[in-house]
Design a protein around this ligand. Structure first.
Ligand SMILES: COc1cccc(COC(=O)c2cn[nH]c2)c1
Length: 244
């Protein structure tokens, strides 16, 4: 997979060279290219923003640098086009499902917005030749899209075959499809500062362990994410209906 990231703070994306994503990049599974948007400005101050039409506080990112950057890095007459992802509070919620969807793409490009956002014509013009998806990683406002890109790239990269050492661990974890939150996990020592590991986990009885883990998943999901529990319950009912 090829990944292009456009930002006025390219150094923010240095984290992509570290650990999992860094390893995937070195092993050729990921081709990560970070671009400084200011390389496509032409004035002495390398200006990327201006005041918003219609008034209001803050600044808006000008369209010209984005247009020139996209033309230069992913030319419209090129053999293929990337899928463009724009992190924004106004976007489609990022999820494990969307991470899987994006992990199937051969080429992703991320546009990191700052200030009050990017001129709306940038996405509209890009959509003339590539799929554009505005994505939110949560209902809060960041100063820029860079952190959101780090979140999404990590969630996506770990799904690529060969990136995760142990693919089985993908199947069991929270939000990996069965709809409940993950059960608590423990390792040695069996007792630690007056806290014991739940007895059942030391029993070797795999049926009891599986039951305990399921009950813990349901309990935690009910406690922390009643919305997920409701969805899980109705998906069970749907399965029963389908089976009957
Ligand atoms: C593109 O326009 C903007 C405007 C303002 C901030 C940002 C950065 O993204 C976020 O703040 C965000 C993404 N998911 N949840 C929050 C982008």
């Amino acid at each position: 997979m090829r990944l292009d990231v456009f930002s006025i703070f390219p150094e923010y994306l240095a984290a992509l060279d570290v650990s999992l994503v860094g390893k995937a990049a070195k092993s050729g599974l990921l081709d990560v290219r970070v671009h400084d948007l200011r390389d496509w400005t032409h004035d002495r101050h390398r200006t990327v923003d201006d005041t918003p039409y219609g008034g209001g506080a803050g600044m808006v990112m000008k369209p010209e640098p984005w247009g020139e950057a996209f033309d230069s890095v992913m030319p419209g007459d090129g053999p293929s086009q990337p899928r463009l992802i724009v992190p924004t509070p106004a976007g489609r919620p990022f999820s494990q499902d969307l991470a899987y969807e994006l992990a199937a793409e051969p080429w992703l490009a991320f546009a990191c917005g700052r200030y009050e956002g990017i001129d709306g014509r940038v996405a509209a013009h890009a959509a003339e030749r590539m799929q554009v998806t505005e994505v939110s990683i949560g209902d809060y406002v960041l100063n820029g899209g860079e952190v959101a890109v780090l979140v999404m790239v990590e969630a996506i990269a770990r799904l690529l075959p060969g990136v995760i050492g142990n693919p089985e661990s993908l199947a069991e974890e929270s939000h990996s499809g069965h709809g409940l939150l993950e059960y608590p996990v423990y390792t040695k020592p069996p007792a630690w500062r007056g806290h014991e590991v739940p007895e059942v986990l030391l029993s070797g009885n795999h049926k009891l362990i599986a039951e305990w883990r399921h009950e813990e998943s349901v309990r935690r999901t009910a406690e922390r994410r009643p919305d997920l529990l409701a969805a899980w319950g109705s998906s069970l009912a749907a399965e029963d209906d389908a089976a009957s």
